[in-house]
Ligand binder design. Structure first.
Ligand SMILES: [Zn+2]
Length: 267
């Protein structure tokens, strides 16, 4: 079993995956296992979504309902903690502080790249590039079992200039180019999962509108040239159980999601 790489692009809408905007994501969606209408959780806000992704449960159960929540203790199995306890080597790469509580104890990780960079202009111009290059460095060590990369700049640009605005599209294009470089050096046996936490409309998100709730969800492996469109409804709650299933690890009974079985078509 090869490593699993999870990339979450904050605020990426499915309709920003287009040949002319994001040819890499387009290629992954056409040659991988893809849902263009996966679903987020309510409220469709970053921190509640990340709790749902990494603790495998709905926001009604973890009760982290805003980005400002920093007191709620969530007593459910965490994806990265579960992997680390099995002796697997995990690396995480992110630059948004609240995620520290989602990825768990940095000491338990094999690699933790966290940049506490306050300037959003720097995050837009170079932050995600640094995430990719640090993650690529770690991958080249050959010891990674699981890596998680958080890319925050598309959401920042969405809030500043509007979802699907010219600047938003340009930012998606910037990330896409960096993703294209990153996947070139990925070991062949890596399973890559790419999705977002939520979408957005106007200058924000958080509602139950389709534009906020619908997200792209992609699984991809090198040297596969047949794509599969997933028929069933995919949820961000399905990511954690799917990753454990790929690694042959039992899935905690507390989790709400299901395994996306189509990912095994990539093997
Ligand atoms: Zn946002």
């Amino acid at each position: 079993m090869g490593p699993v790489c999870l990339i979450i692009i904050d605020g990426l809408r499915p309709d920003a995956i287009r040949m002319d905007i994001s040819p890499t994501l387009w290629h992954l969606s056409k040659n991988g296992v893809f849902s263009p209408r996966a679903i987020s959780v309510m409220p469709s806000i970053t921190l509640p979504c990340f709790y749902s992704i990494f603790f495998g449960i709905s926001s009604q159960r973890h009760l982290v309902l805003s980005n400002e929540n920093n007191t709620t203790k969530v007593n459910y199995p965490n994806l990265i903690k579960t992997l680390s306890e099995k002796g697997l080597k995990c690396g995480v790469f992110f630059d948004w502080k609240p995620l520290l509580r989602v990825v768990g104890d940095p000491e338990a990780l094999d690699c933790c790249f966290f940049e506490d960079e306050e300037s959003s202009s720097d995050k837009i111009s170079d932050g995600d590039h640094r995430m990719f290059s640090s993650a690529a460095n770690y991958m080249s060590s050959g010891r990674a079992d699981f890596i998680f990369i958080y890319l925050g700049s598309v959401d920042i640009v969405g809030h500043q200039f509007g979802w699907m605005s010219e600047k938003y599209i340009n930012q998606v294009n910037f990330i896409d180019k960096n993703l294209g470089i990153f996947i070139k050096d990925l070991p062949e046996e890596t399973t890559l999962l790419v999705h977002s936490d939520h979408g957005g409309h106007g200058f924000s998100h958080g509602s139950d509108k389709d534009e906020d709730m619908r997200i792209p969800w992609i699984a991809w492996k090198k040297k596969r040239n047949k794509g599969y469109l997933i028929d069933n409804q995919v949820s961000i709650l399905d990511t954690a159980p799917t990753i454990l299933s790929l690694m042959d690890i039992p899935i905690p009974s507390e989790w709400d999601g299901k395994v996306i079985k189509e990912v095994f078509k990539l093997n």
